[in-house]
Design a protein around this ligand. Structure first.
Ligand code: CAA
Length: 400
């Protein structure tokens, strides 16, 4: 379907992802939700369709198609299954530290296999005591001859059970504030890296989220991303700027997926002698949901365009898109359950899964409270642009 807000290239990526989602993902989405097993049959289809190439630069075997095209792919996959949507998107999250900060050798070593779908990745930032306060992590990397030895733990490592490459962050300089962390490439399985727990989750159940134990994990100096210690926090933050629109796209996919089913249901469900879609109160819920999803989608696309253009507003837009789209998804998927009435609450019907899959999007890759903090910090930085308005208002007496 033609969309005048998108380029031909955008529509091609969307169509390619939609075909995989319709043919292969939706038919098995509820099976993997129940089984809580990694969907290898889908991984094979994503690989055959060349979808992993979307976020990898051309020089390293990808198509360098950028964050907007990545978002279009993620939305389509998540419209069929939120778990499989994030299972794909997390490969971008795990690869972005290399893309933004890796040395030429590191990029050449890993990215072609990421682009072909042969190397699955994960992102090891959070810890039990360091979620929103990512910089407060405790995992330690110490010099060991000309290499490093890592000890500690990682929490909420999405894809950790199946990843071939885990990007792990650790403290290399405990005395420093902004240069405290470094990031490492850890090829998996690896001696010293143990899956300590596989989480049993409310949603995104097709994709494994694990706790990792790092026990004298020895790495060569080649594993230090960027080749210099102290760059880890900056790499993590610029990675999250690029990856957050992907979470937002996952959320829109869940919302749109639920809305598709809700609209269809409302045209079929007869009460008081007519389909419930003829009731104004039902129409209002549907109309609000459609408006909110479209507004969120356009904000996500705007954020992706800022990122692809290297705009200084990328940080603010990524946070706004992530926060707005994921809050929208929670509201819309909950309203869709409401439209299904008692059936909506039952696992035989498709909408409750979208609601469960949507919930985590308000939490991971930075809670929506952190996003609002990031947005407000940007607004405060930009406030000087309003100085020319000062003459139009009296300064409060106490400040004169
Ligand atoms: N890009 C580059 N550098 C940045 C940056 C950005 N977007 N944001 C901050 N920095 C730099 C700052 O310039 C600063 O450097 P200097 O000291 O040299 O000036 C340094 O980083 C520290 O910045 P802050 O003082 O802003 O740091 P802070 O400690 O106040 O934290 C925060 C800021 C926004 C709260 C950040 O910690 C954050 O984003 N927290 C949430 C973490 C998160 O998203 N975790 C999710 C992990 S992934 C996941 O969910 C699991 C999964 O597998 C899906």
């Amino acid at each position: 379907m033609h969309d005048p807000t998108l380029s031909m290239e955008n529509m091609e990526w969307r169509a390619r992802a939609r075909e995989v989602a319709d043919k292969y993902v939706r038919p098995v989405a509820w099976k993997y939700d129940r089984l809580q097993e990694y969907p290898w049959e889908i991984q094979k289809r994503l690989k055959e369709a060349g979808l992993f190439r979307v976020f990898v630069p051309k020089e390293y075997g990808g198509d360098g198609a950028g964050v907007l095209n990545l978002c279009l792919v993620v939305e389509e996959l998540a419209r069929a299954c939120g778990g499989i949507g994030v299972g794909f998107a997390v490969n971008a999250l795990g690869s972005f530290p290399l893309i933004v900060g890796g040395t030429e050798e590191q990029k050449q070593k890993f990215l072609p296999a990421v682009a072909s779908g042969d190397c699955l990745t994960a992102f090891g930032l959070s810890e039990k005591g360091a979620g929103s306060d990512a910089g407060g992590m405790k995992t330690r990397a110490e010099r060991d001859g000309d290499g490093w030895v890592l000890n500690g733990e990682k929490k909420w490592n999405t894809n950790g059970l199946v990843a071939n490459l885990n990007t792990i962050f650790a403290v290399t300089d405990p005395e420093s504030k902004s240069r405290r962390l470094s990031a490492f490439t850890v090829e998996c399985p690896h001696e010293g890296l143990r899956i300590a727990k596989i989480e049993d989750k409310m949603g995104i159940r097709a994709i494994p989220v694990v706790e990792l134990a790092l026990e004298n994990l020895r790495l060569s100096n080649d594993s230090l991303i960027g080749g210099k210690p102290g760059l880890g926090f900056a790499h993590a933050m610029s990675t999250l700027d690029k990856a957050r629109p992907g979470v937002a796209a996952q959320a829109i996919g869940c919302a749109q997926g639920a809305l598709d089913f809700a609209l269809l249901y409302c045209t079929k469900r007869v009460q008081f002698g007519e389909p419930i879609v003829s009731k104004q109160m039902v129409q209002q819920i549907l109309a609000d949901a459609a408006m909110q999803v479209e507004a969120a989608r356009q904000l996500v696309h705007a954020a992706a365009r800022h990122i692809d253009a290297g705009s200084p507003k990328a940080n603010k837009f990524a946070a706004m898109a992530k926060c707005f789209a994921t809050d929208t998804a929670m509201k819309v998927t909950t309203d869709c359950v409401q439209l299904f009435g008692g059936y909506g609450f039952m696992r035989d019907y498709p909408v409750e899964k979208f609601m469960r899959d949507a919930k985590i999007t308000q939490i991971y890759e930075g809670t929506n409270q952190v996003q609002r903090m990031v947005i407000a910090r940007n607004l405060i930085k930009e406030a000087h642009e309003l100085d020319h308005l000062e003459g139009y208002m009296p300064i409060p007496e106490a400040q004169r």
